[in-house]
Design a protein around this ligand. Structure first.
Ligand code: FES
Length: 624
């Protein structure tokens, strides 16, 4: 028996065989930060062995100081539980409560949802009319709805309930159907039958399955109104912060795909439970879930092996919109309820990008404009003269705090903005934290602000080198050496929640340069390929939490965004979620999403010379 004891929780768990330590902690019910997917690359999974620490590994020498190592600190992902272990797991190694962006700039549309209810009155059988109950129902329904219903598509639960319902309701029925009016089709699927006074609520869920966060919006399909919303961290982050780490986990671990699918579905079921509780409705009132997400997330959500996305030429298993029974993937809505995904474009341009285009760039003949959704991946779309060019940049998780020494997501204590203040001849760094309180680390917008501020102050030069030799003493005094690398002390230890204070390391700046250089290079390739220059682009929409919280001046200062007039840069919030809502309440919008996805031309960046040149051009910082 292998005993694992965890402080300060006081958890004790026993295992019958050796287990990777991180997995053992999960099994013991502890959430751990493992942004790099447990490959020893990020140094975020710190734990302290309170007795008998194992020999340090090479990665630990890189991420931990000698004092920390001799104090028993180790990286959980580098060790096995192969003997009794007594650990301390600090707060910093556990995912915090993340602020999830749910708000968005929305677009109005006419309500015409796929799920609808019809009242049908049928003639009772007689010696002269021996048609069966189902035949009567399908013919009656076709008459009132104008749709074709195939008997094969009728669920067993409906067949079983027909005799009882028809007798009780005297052949007058309420029927809930799901309509499919995609190009050239006019068919329907029966979801429920009952008497006219029953099941008067028709609800749907618009779901955004992000790499980092999950957001669900509960909508009343009879009014189109949103009645509740809930969000949480995507629990798959324990298997890695970015898409690539998740794909690795799905492909390398024997139960990987199952673990990932189970994790996301159970969190979505929690969201469903929460929105239903808020709105005081039942989960069985929800008849459809319309889902957006990047291509890999949608594969994992449906439990489809994402292997082809992981290897060149990076194609998805499915890219069209699919509709299937929600129960088949474990979603707890009405037992016959359906889940529909919006169409993806390519392996790394998913339904979330289609939804952003549906919400803000839906008119192919509109002005030349661009949309940028920056998360753990950066997706870019440029619309010009009826064409849509799109691509994605493997930005890495730097903008969500990943691979940054003191990086955090937008959670309590994360520095979200930084500025250099001056009064009475002295200078200090002003920082703002999410939720107030002592700073704990930097989230994406804080990181960008910090680097922009250091560039303006001359602490960092255009190449990204930290610490020029001719700095004034008040800034030079803040240059320190940390684990053998240069770092800049932004916030002193005594006013931060970190013993070493809040620091920005040379490696953090390099991570940011790679991430922003990659996104900017993709954006430039698409704008130039569309034959445009930035003067001709009327608007640059910034989708997602990053776009909402980043200071556009700082994003321009570090070269992530082009130097556009600020009124052309428009933060639109969770545009992917807004697109899912449109498709949930309108079949016309759903058809439009499919048309837009088919218009979107994917420009691959692998082996793309213009992209390589752009990366070289934009990896440095612009001259101030
Ligand atoms: Fe352990 Fe990244 S170093 S998860």
């Amino acid at each position: 028996m292998l005993r694992l004891k965890v402080e300060p929780d006081g958890i004790e768990e026993t295992f019958t065989q050796p287990f990777p330590l991180v997995r053992a902690l999960w099994e013991a019910g502890l959430s751990m930060e493992t942004p790099c997917g447990g490959f020893g690359g990020c140094g975020k999974c710190r734990v302290r062995f309170l007795k008998d620490p194992p020999e340090p590994t090479t990665e630990e020498y890189r991420h931990l100081t000698l004092a920390e190592l001799s104090d028993g600190w180790r990286l959980a992902c580098r060790h096995f539980l192969d003997r009794e272990a007594h650990l301390f797991v600090p707060d910093q190694s556990r995912p915090g409560m993340v602020t999830v962006l749910t708000a968005a700039v929305e677009r109005e549309t006419e309500r015409d949802p796929a799920v609808g209810a019809f009242q049908v009155t049928l003639s009772p059988p007689s010696a002269a009319d021996e048609r069966g109950y189902l035949t009567r129902l399908l013919e009656g329904l076709e008459r009132v709805s104008g749709l074709f219903f195939s008997p094969e598509a009728v669920p067993l639960s409906v067949l079983r309930s027909l005799p009882r319902v028809l007798t009780r309701s005297k052949f007058c029925l309420r029927v809930i159907v799901h309509r499919d009016t995609s190009e050239g089709r006019k068919t329907g699927r029966i979801l429920w039958v009952g008497s006219p006074s029953e099941q008067d609520r028709l609800l749907g869920l618009a779901l955004d399955v992000g790499t980092t966060t999950l957001v669900g919006y509960l909508l009343d399909l009879t009014t189109g109104q949103e009645i509740a919303c809930s969000a949480r961290l995507n629990p798959q982050v324990r298997y890695g912060d970015d898409v690539i780490s998740r794909l690795c986990y799905a492909l390398q671990e024997p139960r990987g795909l199952r673990d990932l699918q189970k994790a996301v579905v159970s969190a979505i079921n929690e969201i469903i439970g929460e929105v239903c509780q808020t709105a005081r409705v039942s989960e069985s009132d929800i008849f459809e879930v319309v889902t957006v997400g990047n291509t890999a997330m949608l594969h994992l959500f449906l439990g489809v092996n994402p292997e082809p996305i992981a290897f060149a030429p990076y194609v998805p298993v499915f890219q069209h919109s699919v509709t299937l029974k929600a129960a088949a993937i474990g979603l707890r809505i009405h037992p016959e309820g359906l889940v529909t995904t919006l169409p993806c474009v390519a392996g790394y341009v998913g339904a979330d990008t289609t939804a952003v285009v549906l919400t803000h760039l839906d008119d192919p003949d509109g002005d030349s404009a661009a949309a940028l959704d920056i998360g753990t991946n950066g997706e870019v779309v440029v619309r010009s003269n009826g064409r849509y060019l799109c691509s994605s940049a493997a930005a890495g998780p730097a903008f969500e705090g990943g691979r940054i020494y003191q990086g955090l997501r937008a959670e309590r204590g994360a520095i979200s903005s930084v500025g250099l203040e001056q009064s009475n001849g002295s200078r200090w760094f002003r920082v703002t934290t999410v939720g107030g309180g002592m700073p704990v680390g930097l989230c994406g917008s804080g990181l960008i602000d910090a680097v922009a501020t250091l560039l303006d102050a001359g602490v960092t030069d255009e190449s990204g080198y930290l610490g020029r030799s001719d700095l004034p003493s008040d800034l030079a005094d803040r240059l320190i050496s940390l684990n053998g690398q240069r770092a800049f002390l932004l916030v002193a230890p005594e006013v931060s929640a970190r013993p070493e204070g809040i620091v920005l390391t040379q490696r953090d700046i390099r991570e940011l340069q790679l991430a922003k250089g990659s996104i900017r290079a993709v954006t430039e390739v698409l704008v130039r390929r569309a034959g445009l220059n930035w003067d001709q682009v009327s608007s640059l929409y910034l989708a997602g939490a990053f776009g909402m919280f980043v200071n556009p001046r700082s994003a321009i200062r570090i070269g992530l965004l082009p130097a556009l007039p600020l009124n052309k840069i428009i933060a639109v919030g969770n545009a992917a979620g807004a697109g899912a809502k449109l498709a949930l309440i309108s079949l016309a919008e759903r058809r439009k999403a499919s048309r837009l996805a088919s218009l979107m031309e994917h420009i691959p960046m692998t082996g793309n010379e213009a992209y390589q040149e752009g990366l070289m051009e934009f990896i440095g910082f612009p001259l101030g």
